[in-house]
Design a protein around this ligand. Structure first.
Ligand SMILES: Cc1cc2nc3c(=O)[nH]c(=O)nc-3n(C[C@H](O)[C@H](O)[C@H](O)COP(=O)(O)OP(=O)(O)OC[C@H]3O[C@@H](n4cnc5c(N)ncnc54)[C@H](O)[C@@H]3O)c2cc1C
Length: 357
């Protein structure tokens, strides 16, 4: 038997967050990206601000939405009644010439998770996963896939989709960590001991689906528990600045785009038809929201470049060059996914000179 749920939906989570942040910045929000919270200043039972690696930021209200690290942030404010442990979920992704289901196929959920799902992702790739493996709280950076876990996903998916393609069609495996709180439920509340400190912690799956409702609840908490009246901005713009993707354009639109900017006529990612124009627009949007360290993943999540059959083998060097030029840095300062993941170590001649640069 099966349960038919016609209202089920899918979104691409990272592009959704990027879109929301762009819209927030367009409406006047100031971001402090690449800024780590290292302490919370509390005086006479009231929150005063946060200590960061980029200095002190004064604040009357601090909303702790730090995912896996929400327990550590809460402890900085003296609140220690809960702990977060990671629950790992692993996935396989197949090449886009492999047919997948037109609907999301779920097994019967368990008390632990929604189960191993078979779906055709927004990008058109068949994807299977996730499993659910509890890890100790200190393993919040353990994003490694495991042979055991991936086999479990494969076996689980086969039950729903017996026509699973051969493994030679797999282009990527990866793992994510869900933030599992003590008590097993979301912790959304203004903490009484520290006025102005609101926990939005332990936002386990399905936290993404719940995010809009959680935001409304936080508004209510600020108004009713903290007694602060919030006013909707009169000139709030609900729309994100329109974005164009070469792979979605009709031939007429391509002609227009190339006339406007010849960079749209140069294909950088051949697997997914991503043009240099798309990448330059992504970089402009990164700068708009305050991304300081250029990274290939920032371009990947905005354009789909590097996510195709070759997984970036051909286009990554070109993306690095474009990022280096637009950010005005040496190519080896470009990172994979932020500071500490620099792709190169220096220019070959410098290495030969042995001056340690
Ligand atoms: C395998 C898997 C499958 C999932 N499936 C679904 C699903 O089908 N449906 C669904 O709705 N949800 C799903 N989820 C859950 C969803 O991804 C989470 O619920 C959601 O991302 C939690 O959002 P959050 O904002 O609380 O935390 P996060 O998205 O983790 O954001 C926390 C942010 O805080 C930042 N941060 C942490 N510490 C600090 C610090 N000291 N200083 C500054 N910044 C800090 C982090 O860098 C991060 O950007 C899944 C998750 C996983 C891992």
């Amino acid at each position: 038997g099966a349960l038919w749920v016609p209202i089920v939906g899918q979104i691409a989570p990272i592009p959704a967050v990027i879109a929301i942040v762009e819209n927030a910045v367009a409406n006047g929000v100031k971001t402090h990206l690449e800024t780590e919270v290292r302490g919370i200043k509390v005086e006479n039972g009231e929150v005063k601000g946060i200590e960061t690696n980029n200095g002190f930021i004064e604040a009357d209200i601090v909303i702790n939405a730090a995912g896996l690290y929400a327990d550590e942030i809460a402890r900085m404010a003296g609140i220690d009644y809960f702990e977060i442990h990671p629950r790992k979920g692993e996935y396989w992704i197949f090449d886009d010439d492999v047919p997948g289901p037109r609907r999301v196929l779920f097994p019967t959920p368990t008390p632990i998770s929604k189960g191993i799902v078979v779906t055709t992702e927004i990008s058109g790739h068949l994807m299977i996963g996730p499993n659910a493996q509890d890890l100790p709280p200190e393993e919040k950076e353990n994003f490694a896939t495991t042979e055991e876990g991936l086999e479990q996903v494969w076996e689980g998916a086969k039950k729903l989709w017996p026509r699973l393609p051969p493994r030679s069609k797999v282009i990527r495996t990866f793992a994510g960590l869900r933030p599992e709180p003590t008590g097993g439920d979301f912790i959304i509340k203004a903490e009484e001991e520290v006025w102005g400190f609101i926990n939005v912690a332990g936002i386990r799956s399905p936290g993404l689906t719940s995010a809009p409702a959680i935001a409304y609840e936080v508004v209510q908490i600020i108004e009713s528990d903290l007694g602060i009246e919030l006013k909707e901005k009169s000139k709030w713009n609900p729309y994100r600045k329109e974005i164009s993707h070469f792979f979605m354009m009709t031939p007429e639109q391509v002609n227009e785009a190339v006339k406007r900017n010849p960079a749209y006529g140069k294909i950088v990612c051949r697997c997914n038809n991503v043009s240099e124009g798309d990448i330059l627009e992504a970089i402009e949007r990164m700068k708009f929201i305050g991304v300081k360290t250029p990274s290939v993943d920032s371009v990947k999540f905005r354009t789909k470049a590097t996510t195709g059959t070759c997984q970036g083998s051909f286009c990554r060097p070109k993306i690095v060059q474009l990022l280096a030029k637009e950010y005005g840095v040496e190519p080896w300062k470009v990172t994979l996914k932020g500071r500490g993941s620099e792709i190169g170590i220096g220019d070959v001649k410098v290495l030969l000179r042995g001056d340690g640069a």
